[in-house]
Write a protein that binds this ligand. Structure first.
Ligand code: HAS
Length: 551
C-alpha cells in the first residue's frame, strides 16, 4: 500500500477549514429539511393542519431538495476534499481556490433556491418535473449548485493528477482513486440535468419558448437521477472499504476488489435511467429492456461490497481469536460509534437493496411505481444506509479537522442516536413499504378520498409513518447536538482512519488506473443505452406542453 496513505499526518489546516465549511452547511440543510419532513409526516398522518400560507407540497419540496440534493452534495464534497487532501499530501493552492469557488457557487445557489421554495414560487418537488413550472430563479439556483460541484470535482482531479505525475508508476491511494471515480461519475451524470436546466427549463420558465418536450426533460433528468443515487452511495462505500477495517482493528480484504467494484459503478450507474421510467409511454420496450439489463449489472458491485465486508469482519475476528461460524460477530467494537453507525447502515442496506431489485424488475415495478413503497425504498437506502454512514464519518472527521477529541460521552450518545434513527426508520419506512403495496400513492397530502374503504385502511400506516418521523427528528436533533459538542470537546488528536490491505491479498492490476479505458467504456455504454431513444425523442417530439403552476 502507498506509504502516503499511511502517514499519520492530519489534514492540512487550510483544507480542514474548507471541508468544515461544507460539513457545517450540510448539517444546516439537514436540520431545516428534517423539520420540513417532520411536519409533512404529521400532516399526512392526519395529526396536523398546516397554518395558512404553508402548503404540503411546499414542505415536501423543501424536504426533498434540502435533504436529498443539498445535505448529500455538501457532505460528500467536504468528505472527499478532506480525503484527497489527506491521501495526496494536501490540496495545491489552485485546487483549494477551486474548492472555495465551488463552495461559494453552491451556497449561493442553495440560498436562492431555498428562498424561492419559501416564497412558494418553486413547489415542484426535488425532481422538478415539467410541465410543473417554478420561477426561473429556482432553475438558475440549481445550475449554480451543479456548476459549483464541478469546480470542486476539478479541484480533486487537479490534485490527483499532480500526485500521479509526481509518483510515476505508483498505484494511487485507494481513497483518492475512489473519490475521483465518484466525481467523474457525478460530472458525466450532471451533464444530463445541466442540459435539461439550461436548454429546456430556463428558456421555458422565462417564457422565451412556449412549450417543453416533457418526455425528453424527464429522460435527461433520469440520466442524472440514477447516478445521483450512486453519488450518495459511493462515499458511504469509501467509508466501508477504507475506514471501517481500520476502526475495527483489521485490514482491508482486497484493494483490487474495492477498485474493481468502483470501476463497475462508474460503468453501469449511468446508462440505467429508464428503470425510473418503466411505466412511462413513449419509450420503446426494447430500450427499457436494455437499461433493465444494465441495472442488474450495477447490482454486482454492491454484492461484491457485501462479500468484501463479510470477509473483512471474519478475517479481523479470526485474527483476534474468534472461533466458530459467527464468533467474529461478537468481537466487533460495538461501543465505537465510528463503527456502530455505518454498521447499522450496512445491515439496513440488505433489505434496502432487495427492494431496489424488486423495483428494477419490470412487472413488479408496475405494482410499486408511484406508491409509498418507493418512498420507503429511498428512505432505507439514502436516508438510512447512506445517512447513518455519513453520521459515522462525522463522528471522527469533525474532531479530526478541528483538532479535538472524540470523547466516550459522544460515543455513547452517538450510539443512542443511531439506535433511535434505526427505530424511527423501521416504523416509517416499514409502514411506507407495506402501505405502498396496498396502493397508497406517494407525494400526496392528507386525504381519505371521500372515506373510501381502501384509503381508510391506509390511515394507521400513515400514523405509524408520522410516529417514525417524530423519532427520526429526535435522532436528528441529537446528531446536531453531537456535531456542536464535537467542536467543543478538549483539544487533541482524532485519527483519520485509513486501513492497510491484508497480507496475501491479490495485487491490484495496473489496468485499473487506465482512466482513458474506463471513460471510453462509459461513453460507449451511454451511447448504446441512450443514443437511439434520445435521437428519436428529438426527431419525433411529443406535442410540447405549456407550463403549469399547480399549487
Ligand atoms: Fe433505488 C427508486 C432500483 C439502490 C435511491 N431509488 C429510487 C429512488 C431513490 C433511490 C431516491 O429499478 C426514488 C427516485 C424518485 O424520486 O422517483 N435502487 C434500485 C436498485 C438498486 C438501488 C436495483 N436506490 C439505491 C440506492 C439509493 C437509491 C443505493 C440511494 C442511495 N430504485 C430502483 C428503481 C427505482 C428506484 C427501479 C424506481 C422505482 C419507481 O418505480 O419509481 C441497487 O443498487 C441495490 C443493490 C444493493 C444490494 C444490497 C447489498 C448489500 C450490502 C450490505 C452488506 C451488509 C453487511 C453487514 C456486510 C444488492 C452491500 C452484514 C452484517 C451482518 C451481521 C448480517
Amino acid at each position: 500500500m502507498e506509504t502516503n496513505q499511511l502517514e499519520n499526518r492530519p489534514v492540512d489546516r487550510r483544507d480542514a477549514i474548507l471541508a468544515m465549511a461544507h460539513l457545517i452547511f450540510a448539517f444546516i440543510a439537514l436540520l431545516i429539511g428534517g423539520l420540513a419532513g417532520l411536519l409533512q409526516g404529521m400532516v399526512r398522518g392526519g395529526m396536523l393542519t398546516l397554518p395558512g400560507g404553508i402548503g404540503y407540497y411546499q414542505l415536501l419540496t423543501a424536504h426533498g431538495v434540502l435533504m436529498a440534493l443539498i445535505f448529500t452534495t455538501f457532505f460528500i464534497i467536504g468528505f472527499l476534499l478532506s480525503g484527497i487532501s489527506k491521501t495526496t499530501g494536501k490540496l495545491l493552492p489552485a485546487a483549494r481556490s477551486m474548492g472555495w469557488v465551488g463552495f461559494v457557487c453552491m451556497t449561493t445557489g442553495t440560498v436562492i433556491g431555498t428562498v424561492m421554495i419559501l416564497l412558494n414560487k418553486a413547489t415542484v418537488l426535488y425532481t422538478f418535473y415539467a410541465p410543473m413550472k417554478a420561477s426561473p430563479w429556482f432553475y438558475i439556483a440549481l445550475a449554480l449548485v451543479i456548476v459549483g460541484s464541478w469546480f470542486s470535482g476539478f479541484a480533486m482531479m487537479y490534485n490527483y493528477r499532480y500526485w500521479k505525475r509526481t509518483h510515476k508508476g505508483k498505484l494511487s491511494p485507494l481513497l483518492a482513486f475512489m473519490a475521483i471515480i465518484t466525481m467523474v461519475m457525478w460530472m458525466v451524470a450532471t451533464i444530463g440535468v445541466a442540459v435539461e436546466v439550461l436548454f429546456q427549463l430556463i428558456p421555458w420558465s422565462f417564457g422565451w419558448v412556449d412549450k417543453i418536450n416533457v418526455m425528453l426533460s424527464r429522460t435527461l433528468f433520469w440520466f442524472f437521477g440514477h447516478p445521483l443515487v450512486y453519488f450518495w452511495l459511493l462515499p458511504a462505500y469509501i467509508c466501508w472499504y477504507v475506514v471501517i477495517p481500520k476502526v475495527i482493528g483489521g485490514k482491508m480484504f482486497s484493494d483490487a476488489l474495492a477498485r474493481l467494484s468502483f470501476i463497475l459503478f462508474l460503468l453501469f450507474s449511468i446508462p440505467v435511467g429508464f428503470h425510473h421510467q418503466l411505466m412511462e409511454p413513449g419509450i420503446s420496450d426494447l430500450w427499457k429492456y436494455v437499461q433493465v439489463v444494465l441495472t442488474f449489472m450495477v447490482i454486482i458491485p454492491s454484492l461484491m461490497t457485501a462479500f468484501s465486508m463479510f470477509a473483512t469482519f471474519e478475517l479481523t475476528g479470526r485474527a483476534k481469536g474468534a472461533k466458530g461460524l459467527f464468533g467474529w460477530f461478537k468481537v466487533l467494537p460495538w461501543g465505537d460509534v465510528r463503527f456502530f453507525a455505518p454498521f447499522a447502515g450496512m445491515l439496513i442496506f440488505i433489505p434496502a437493496g432487495a427492494g431496489g431489485i424488486i423495483n428494477a424488475s419490470n412487472q413488479m415495478n408496475a405494482v410499486v411505481h408511484n406508491t409509498l413503497w418507493v418512498t420507503g425504498h429511498f428512505h432505507l437506502t439514502v436516508a438510512s444506509s447512506v445517512a447513518l454512514t455519513f453520521f459515522g464519518i462525522t463522528y471522527w472527521l469533525v474532531p479530526h479537522l478541528t483538532g479535538r477529541t472524540l470523547t466516550p460521552a459522544i460515543h455513547k450518545l452517538g450510539i443512542v442516536q443511531t439506535v433511535l434513527w434505526a427505530v424511527g426508520m423501521f416504523f416509517m419506512s416499514g409502514s411506507m413499504h407495506t402501505v405502498g403495496l396496498f396502493g397508497s400513492p406517494r407525494r400526496t397530502a392528507y386525504t381519505t378520498y371521500q372515506d373510501h374503504p381502501d384509503a381508510i385502511l391506509w390511515m394507521p400506516y400513515h400514523v405509524a409513518m408520522a410516529v417514525g418521523g417524530m423519532i427520526l427528528f429526535i435522532a436528528l436533533v441529537i446528531m446536531i447536538y453531537n456535531l456542536i459538542a464535537l467542536m467543543r470537546t478538549p483539544r487533541g488528536e482524532t485519527e483519520f482512519p485509513i486501513a492497510e490491505v491484508a497480507e496475501g491479498a491479490e495485487e491490484t492490476p495496473r489496468l485499473f488506473e487506465r482512466w482513458g479505458v474506463w471513460i471510453s467504456l462509459v461513453v460507449i455504454l451511454i451511447l448504446i443505452a441512450y443514443a437511439v431513444p434520445v435521437t428519436d425523442m428529438i426527431q419525433n417530439p411529443v406535442p410540447g406542453s405549456k407550463p403549469y403552476v399547480t399549487w
